[in-house]
Write a protein that binds this ligand. Structure first.
Ligand code: NOJ
Ligand code: CA
Length: 570
């Protein structure tokens, strides 16, 4: 298998764009490609060199573009193929590469393939999807298996007027395609080829862990916790052995040896040794793999019933997760790094602090940016944007990934107040609010009221314009941190030296160093209170710091809330 030899992403910092919420370019209240093009200079100034753009293909938007109805057309709300071409040339002119988010695992139920499959059971398209007969139990027709889906109780949806069901790992409007069918594999390779010819630099392959299913379709014997008859059993359709071969073939047929970056989203159940095989520099079909292990290390996932105060970052778990992937992979794989994306609440609300907003946003930036790997920021992190803290249940229910869970929480007896406080802290909509560009109405995102619910961050001074003008802003801190990370000398050190953790057992502090001709060290207090840290080095230089003054005496550093350093030490 041919793999890219230059591995340019090792010298880059990526940025995740959720286009609907990035910038409205035509005054309809919805972010679009023209809006994105108009802000490329902002991204260039920030210093990022590649954009992963969440899906922009034609879609009924049941799952915000992850339900594609035509892979060869751009969703008119985002623009046209001409706009994409313009984005590519304008971005390339600024040395920014473009990665499209390609959904290989499922289509929209409105995709003509699926419509044909439904209308004509003997059509070729029927074989692109997974249809199975239901089970008769007594006089009841039940789904073919007890498998649960990520978004709904069952992963089977009944076909009206028939005893068959179709399979969907996510929403019922997102039927999975059958990758065991060679024709399906060919169709997706052609789609990727089309966009490579147009000039895209890579793809983030959505939900790629699920392409291979257990085709025996036997019931899961996992315990059915909520007693609804369905269990979410990742072993039935996640990271199965055939996946490697499907992706190998995809790489060969779609890329044809061209230097295009393939990033796979492999989900929560993948182990480092499996990830390592998929992203091996020489033999892996992918180049980078997003796992979910360093998100939710604060008990926030599924934390309905908990109080806000109970959500506390588990610093040890976070370090453990970073290091187990690093240890397993760094010799043979490149790795991406990220705190959050459009599927999580905002970083500030996840691991940061509203009280120490600037300090914590800067600390989290610095801590991630100097770890081994290719960092990806999610839009708004660089401005310290917050969750949708004034959102209503309806605002959150607009997301198909959340809607069903609201119904189950109500069924389980949780009050609307409990549900709302959970959603305001954990739901995906929190990160899907319009970016705040300036202090004008709607934060300069659009001239009209945005379609998406929006935060008041822009009025509180957390917007691009105000932060641009403030030398001590989070935005300017990010710019400095990214510039340092992209400095050839420091980047080589980070990518090629051995990562060493310092005071590993400290429950509150993340600290590591990279030894080279000069040694750089990161020390971050992850708590909203003061802590102490034993420091047996000499400070040769303070490269970045989110406070004034160094509180050091007798080899003990006093770290103020979320205080964070990037040091050159001896
Ligand atoms: C992962 C995407 O990041 C998420 O937003 C989407 O809902 C699922 N895949 C399904 O495509
Ligand atoms: Ca628009």
């Amino acid at each position: 298998m041919e793999k890219n030899s230059d591995r340019w992403w090792r010298n880059e910092v990526g940025y995740i764009v959720y286009p609907e919420a990035f910038k409205d370019g035509n005054g309809d209240g919805i972010g679009d490609l023209k809006g994105l093009i108009s802000k490329l200079d902002y991204l260039k100034d920030l210093g990022v060199g590649m954009l992963w753009i969440c899906p922009i293909f034609a879609s009924p938007m049941e799952d915000n573009g992850y339900d594609v109805s035509d892979y060869y057309a751009i969703n008119p709300r985002f623009g046209s193929l001409e706009d994409l071409k313009l984005l590519l040339s304008e971005a390339h002119e600024r040395n920014i590469r473009i990665l499209l988010d390609l959904v290989l695992n499922h289509t929209s139920k409105e995709h003509p393939w699926f419509q044909k499959a439904l209308a004509d059971p003997s059509s070729e398209e029927r074989s692109y999807y997974i249809f199975r007969k239901g089970k008769m139990v007594g006089d009841k027709l039940l789904p073919p298996t007890n498998w649960g889906s990520f978004f709904t109780p069952s992963c089977w949806e009944k076909v009206e007027g028939s005893d068959e069901f179709y399979f969907h790992a996510f929403g019922s409007g997102m039927p999975d395609v059958d990758w065991s069918n060679p024709k399906v594999r060919e169709l997706y390779a052609e789609i990727a080829d089309f966009y490579i010819k147009l000039g895209v630099d890579g793809f983030r392959l959505d939900a790629v862990a699920h392409l291979a299913k257990d085709l025996s379709f036997t019931d899961s014997d996992l315990y059915d916790e909520d007693g609804d008859g369905f269990v979410l059993d990742p072993s039935k359709f996640s990271n199965r052995p055939e996946l490697f071969h499907y992706l190998e073939e995809f790489r060969e047929k779609a890329l044809k040896g061209r230097s295009v970056l393939l990033i796979g989203e492999v989900g929560g159940s993948v182990q480092p040794y499996e990830g390592k095989a998929l992203a091996d520099r020489l033999s892996g079909p992918l180049d980078l793999l997003f796992n979910f292990d360093t998100v939710w290390n604060n008990g926030n996932f599924g934390s309905i019933g908990k109080k806000d105060e109970e959500i506390v970052t588990d610093v040890m778990q976070l370090k453990h997760n970073f290091t187990r992937w690093y240890d397993a992979c760094h010799n043979s794989c490149d790795m991406p790094l990220y705190w959050c994306n459009h599927d999580h609440p905002r970083l500030l609300a996840q691991y940061g602090s509203r009280i120490y907003r600037k300090e914590s946003a800067k600390a989290l930036a610095l801590t991630l940016l100097f770890l081994y790997g290719t960092p990806f920021l999610y839009q708004g992190e660089e401005l310290a944007m917050d969750n949708l803290i004034e959102g209503s249940i309806e605002d959150f229910a607009a997301d198909v990934g959340t809607a069903d869970s609201i119904t189950s929480y109500r069924k389980a007896g949780y009050s609307d107040e409990q549900i709302l406080s959970f959603l305001r802290r954990a739901a995906r909509m929190n990160a899907r609010t319009p970016l705040s560009w300036d202090s004008s109405p709607y934060g300069g995102f659009s001239e009209v009221k945005p379609l998406l619910p929006y935060t008041k961050d822009y009025l509180a001074g957390y917007n691009a314009k105000v932060e641009h003008d403030d030398p001590y802003s989070v935005l300017n801190f990010y710019r400095s941190a990214i510039a340092l990370r992209k400095n050839t000398y420091y980047n080589n050190l980070v990518q090629n030296s051995q990562l060493e953790w310092i005071d590993w057992n400290h429950q509150d502090v993340i600290s590591y160093l990279h030894r080279g001709y000069t040694t750089i060290m990161v020390i971050t207090n992850m708590r909203p209170y003061q802590v102490y840290f034993t420091f047996n080095f000499q400070i040769a230089d303070v490269l970045l710091h989110n406070y004034d003054g160094v509180l050091l005496s007798n080899h003990v550093l006093t770290l103020r809330p979320f205080e964070s350093y990037l040091l050159v030490v001896k």
